[in-house]
Design a protein around this ligand. Sequence first.
Ligand SMILES: [Zn+2]
Length: 72
Amino acid sequence: MSVTSEEPWVGLRIIAPPSSSSIPSATARCRCGRSRHARGKERVLVLIEAYTVHRDTCTGQSETPETTRSAA
Ligand SMILES: [Zn+2]
């Protein structure tokens, strides 16, 4: 068991400023590498719901190849 600084955190992080005029944001990261970010109350709620559903069905494997990654 080793912990390195390269290891990203996994889970759900929600940033909700106490001020009602501020825009909340949330980031969800799964152990499979899936990462999502949302900004705005409604989008944050959708992200939480989507992450919860995904987490229940996640196999821990990368479900989608990084198609946007350019070949090096
Ligand atoms: Zn996953």
